[in-house]
Design a binder for this molecule. Sequence first.
Ligand SMILES: C[S@@+](CC[C@H](N)C(=O)[O-])C[C@H]1O[C@@H](n2cnc3c(N)ncnc32)[C@H](O)[C@@H]1O
Length: 268
Amino acid sequence: MILPPLIKWSGSKRSQAKQIVSYFPSHVNTYYEPFLGGGSVLGFLTPKKAIGGDLYKPLIDIWKAVQKTPGEVVSEYEKRWNFLQKKGYKYFYTVRDNFNKTKNPHDLLFLSRTCVNGLIRFNKNGEFNNSLHHSRKGISPKSFKKVVWGWSKKIPNYHFVSGDYEVITKNVKEGDFVYLDPPYFNTKSRYIESIDYSRFIKFLENLNKKQIKFALSYDGKRGTKSFIVSIPRRLYKKHVLLKSGNAPFRKLQDKKIEPVLESLYLNY
Ligand SMILES: C[S@@+](CC[C@H](N)C(=O)[O-])C[C@H]1O[C@@H](n2cnc3c(N)ncnc32)[C@H](O)[C@@H]1O
């Protein structure tokens, strides 16, 4: 079952989670997801044992809090949401300033639920810079409570780690499985970090050497335009293109719908 998202994260695989998971091996010891983001694949798969990680620490702090102290996550949201209704738009910017200073995960979750289109966006200094969505109130604490508790029950014994993907997967062994959804290269504006291509390719090589199965979401096609980046052929056995919906901005600009296809590379 797909849960409503806990946090809308840039590059979310929510619309493809079911298709992606259908390619996963049926038996896995520990499931690793080192580019966790909004956790849409983990939330769909719900494996027995999992290690989820991300370089962005405030995001991992959210996952840990939802897992261990869901009641507090809800009450922290409720407190901020009530203040926003009472004090008005300035309060959103007070929370935003506070988050940029302290990286409090409760602030980030509140901002994500009340900012324009729920889009988490950072400037080049890594500061959250989206504005308040004036015409919307943000999810009510009552509805948010259901989302938080729903996720909390799905992830009771998973291990969440903040750090680099190589560190997160350092103990991976044969029989485990790694799902990789790195940021596209050169996408510094969408994420805090973009990743280095040659280091990532070496990492895939090492997984192959250790006979560890992986699935990699990576690039794709929009209409006739291809964003397929070269993943050396020796590193994978299968390449599939998954339909991930239509490009909405193209729809508006050219009055034409272009299908978006995203790649999934499998080394098994
Ligand atoms: C495409 S997003 C993942 C989206 C996720 N699959 C989802 O459905 O929400 C890529 C994630 O990789 C993280 N990231 C960037 N560089 C990283 C690194 N070196 N190690 C681990 N995570 C990294 C980003 O913070 C971002 O959350």
